[in-house]
Design a protein around this ligand. Sequence first.
Ligand code: ADP
Length: 260
Amino acid sequence: SSCRFFSAKTSGSIEGIKDIIAVASGKGGVGKSTTAVNVAVALAKICQLKVGLLDADIYGPSIPTMMNLYGKPEVSEDMKMIPMGNHGVKCMSIGFLVEKDAPVVWRGPMVMSALEKMTRGVSWGKLDILVVDMPPGTGDAQLSISQRLKLSGALIVSTPQDVALIDARRGANMFRKVDVPILGLIENMSSFKCPHCGEQSYIFGNGGAHRTADEMSMEFLGKIPLEMDIRTSSDEGNPVVISSIHSEASKAYSQLADRI
Ligand code: ADP
């Protein structure tokens, strides 16, 4: 594989992990978790890296569903949680630790201590890369994750819609403030190809993400189409990069993993 591994310096904030990257979005519902999952699986399966996936979306964890992982993690002799694995990726999520329908009503300090447990309190083993599915937005939790984990870089996900792009800019500015390199912007739900006539529709707009990336001097990392397969495979816990490898979406995610 041509996966270009971007960091020679080890970020070193968690022992044994070479690089930690965040997948972030200014706004919820734009496909951040879907991107994190597919990129993580592609890095493991296609790039043959040792990959971990941390679900830091504390108020809306979706990694258990998307990775088809249920139950509670076991605890090792040194009292660390053992991450749960599927599709070649070791995962940790707050979703493993709280009841499924229970609201997470913690305040800031509890969120931070939960995140601390889910990072340093986990026996990750040796990893080339830990992909962090960030909470959406640019609040305290996002800021302290960025600083405490010494991120090697951040991927920003947005739809082509203006309201999403405004928030994506905010996200990018937050990472810049704390000196986290921005790896680039990904446009999700970019276009929809009608399965009957093949016509492309730009449901959330066209071209805006590329323009935003240029204006903000970020690399534009590509477009992920709006595809039924992406949604159904996510719901089933079989990410499209492995369940439907010849789809447009799968190719787009593989290219994205390749560009990281
Ligand atoms: P976020 O993490 O930004 O809140 P999710 O990744 O959870 O967003 O995605 C929100 C919903 O949209 C999920 O049901 C997911 O399956 C679906 N989805 C995300 N990206 C796409 C896409 N490109 N095509 C179709 N459905 C998508």
